[in-house]
Design a protein around this ligand. Structure first.
Ligand code: S3P
Length: 440
């Protein structure tokens, strides 16, 4: 599929210059579509991300009978009928399997919703999603009373026999995963009683924040969340903030390409997502955060970035959840940082859209990086000059974008195979990158 050539900026005197508003946040858009679909009231979602992954969630709820209408840059959900079993909207049994395509968030969160319905459903995905572990959501949902079968008891397709009379549980998750936590919390909206989820480290908390501002009874204490069901949800009136994970690629470019000066506006600064920004500071990058305000239960602000010489860092298990999606681009930064960067406790990367430990190490090595694969992470020694060559994205959007930024600082052109996958989270990535590079 579509290859893309990235021209080097080395020796051109061009930097990353100007202002940039990142695309709307992917995780928050998924949750807004889900909660708006579950509330029987009218909802408006302004500035949603209409990328591949979020469209998978939107189409899934349309298939479940929710009237979601797109008007320009807004989504409208009209009032619906209340279910006989809960204070939430009545969903319709789907006539065929629901295709979650490449989206792990769609499959896992939807499994939580479908576990509580009075009908059967099936969730399918593309080849990447069909290789990702699902037992982590099946186990708690089964304990709540849903009957779910999966290929090899771990992989999609998932066949879900919903149960409108689920029971609340207390679940100690072995992985810090917002998708697991959210699947349980969504199922917990249905039965009467308190459901508790405890994580080893706190993962992103957008579900909790949005449930709280929608009126659900939810209490959060450190890594423990308690939801008291049945939850009734108000209609949503939200504006989705910019995605800090998408902003990370341009922040990295501005940190690496000499002569850059980048201002990023209206980006979500939820502390469960900003590990990458803290890390940039630890690497001695010139980063400045300002105008931090609160918008609908989520912090929002602006970021300014200029280049500087970077230092290596040590990243361990406790750091991972707040920067899990930024590790591929962090590896690119580490190739240019002075010293040995060690990333450990990151085995979750092996079960993302690609095995991101293997794909990052293999492709950056082709470009001349001094990088070594470890079971639970990687070791990178820098600074090392990179060279342009032909590399693979593995159909993984964050790999494709990380390699594009590496291409800017590599000597010669970089050809990235299967670049179209950027549509999953950031369809406008290339035009935005070109715009910021051309303004010199
Ligand atoms: C996400 C949670 C994270 C993240 C993914 C999006 C979410 O996955 O990697 O890109 O929206 O809940 P895990 O929760 O499985 O770690």
């Amino acid at each position: 599929m579509g290859n893309q050539i990235i021209q080097s900026l080395v020796g051109t005197g061009k930097g990353i210059l100007g202002e940039f508003t990142p695309p709307p946040d992917k995780s928050i858009t998924h949750r807004a579509i889900i909660l708006a679909s579950l509330s029987p009231k009218k909802s408006i979602i302004k500035n949603p991300l209409l990328s591949g992954d979020c469209l998978s969630t939107l189409n899934a709820f349309r298939k479940l009978g929710v009237p979601i209408e797109q008007r320009g840059n807004e989504l409208f959900v009209s009032e619906g009928k209340r279910s006989l079993f809960s204070p939430l909207r009545e969903l319709k049994a789907p006539v065929s399997p629901i295709d979650c395509e490449n989206s792990g968030t769609t499959m896992r969160l939807l499994a939580g919703v479908l576990a509580a319905q009075n009908f059967e459903s099936e969730l399918v995905g593309d080849s990447s999603l069909s290789r990702r572990p699902m037992r982590r959501v099946l186990e708690p949902l089964r304990q709540m009373g849903a009957a779910i079968s999966a290929r090899e008891d771990n992989f999609a397709p998932l066949k879900i026999k919903g149960n409108p009379h689920l029971k609340p549980i207390s679940w100690k998750s072995p992985v810090a995963s917002a998708q697991v936590k959210s699947a349980i919390l969504l199922a917990a909206l249905f039965p009467r009683g308190k459901t508790t989820v405890i994580e080893p480290e706190k993962s992103r908390d957008h579900t909790e924040r949005m449930l709280k501002s929608s009126g659900a009874g939810i209490q959060i204490k450190g890594n423990r969340v308690v939801l008291e069901g049945p939850g009734s949800l108000k209609g949503l009136h939200v504006k989705i903030p910019g995605d800090c994970s998408s902003a990370a690629f341009f922040l990295a470019a501005a940190a690496l390409v000499s002569g850059s000066r980048l201002a990023i506006r209206d980006v979500n600064l939820n502390p469960t997502r900003t590990g990458f920004l803290s890390l940039l500071k630890r690497m001695k990058a010139k980063i400045n955060l300002s105008s931090i305000k609160e918008a609908l239960g989520e912090p929002l602000g602006n970021i300014k970035m200029t280049p500087s010489s970077l230092n290596a860092v040590q990243i361990s298990k406790k750091d991972i959840p707040s920067l899990i999606d930024e590790i591929p681009i962090l590896a690119v930064l580490a190739t240019q940082a002075k010293g040995k960067t060690v990333i450990s406790g990151a085995e979750e990367l092996r079960v993302k859209e690609s095995d991101r430990i293997h794909s990052v190490v293999t492709e950056l090595k082709k470009m001349g990086a001094c990088i070594q694969e470890k079971k639970d992470g990687m070791v990178i020694e820098g600074p090392t000059p990179l060279k342009g060559t032909k590399v693979k994205s593995y159909g993984d959007h964050r790999m494709a974008m990380s390699l594009a930024i590496a291409g800017l600082i590599a000597e010669g052109a970089t050809e990235i195979e299967d670049f179209d996958c950027v549509k999953i989270s950031f369809p406008n990535f290339l035009p935005q990158l070109k715009r910021l590079c051309l303004r010199n």
